[in-house]
Design a protein around this ligand. Sequence first.
Ligand code: ZN
Length: 308
Amino acid sequence: MQLNGIHHITAITADAQANIDFYCLLLGLRLVKQTVNQDDPGAYHLFYADERGSPGADLTFFAYPHAARGSAGAGMVHRICWRLKSAAALDFWERRLRDHGTPCAREQERLRFSDPEGLEHELAPSSSDDEPLPAKAPDIPAECALQGFDGVRAYSADPPASAALLAEALGFSGGPERYRLRGPSRSAFYVYDPPPATPARPGAGTVHHIAFAAQGAEHEAWRDRVIAAGARPTPVIDRFYFRSIYFREPSGVLFELATIGPGFAVDEDPEHLGEHLSLPPFLEARRAQIEASLPPLRNPRVAPSPAR
Ligand code: ZN
């Protein structure tokens, strides 16, 4: 039983349209699913990824228009690290971000910047030989495209407290501050940094949870392992696009184990992912009411409909 790298990372935004514009138009990701938060269907849940909507390149946002700006603290993922093909791509991104007015910091072979709400990202060439998951955009050369997640950095005041769960139950190697999760085909790093003095404040611009990829048939066995290590997982929840369990690891970071499939093409043509609001079957009967409560969004891949 092995987890297969990162499945997705979910964060919070207060401005769905600005979020789409930043992640699609600037970073070149594809909006692969427009749906709602299944636990709160009055809020959008937006999924960005590579062209195919692959686990390993999937960044998602709950959109709460009234969410106050948050700030990462102990028990939260504070930086999302993306793979680039080469160091040469850093020059492209440094120029592209600066031209866009997004401040960035270059440290040798890495480039750090934040989204408009303060969520931190880092781009760096990766030594990983996992299959690249390139995001394709017309104005980003293929050799410069983001290639999926390399790992994340989280804040913990007590990294050793997480060691038993991460290493013994979940199969992370290394520790207690720097871990590597190596699965059959995908790997990722998970690194702790000392937390800032300011308290953790979940909100817009912060990560809500991180999901790792699991085989569906093994979910109950993962639950048993996680319970044996002292965490308290939810039952298996059917999220329609994947099935999941959730639990907090001892540092406080919310973990999810999500199945690779069925995936985003379960209810949409792969050529047209994310162009319309998708609802899981249990919410379909409420579509009219849900649509009326959500602000319209502009997907840059969809030509505006002619004026009537
Ligand atoms: Zn999730």
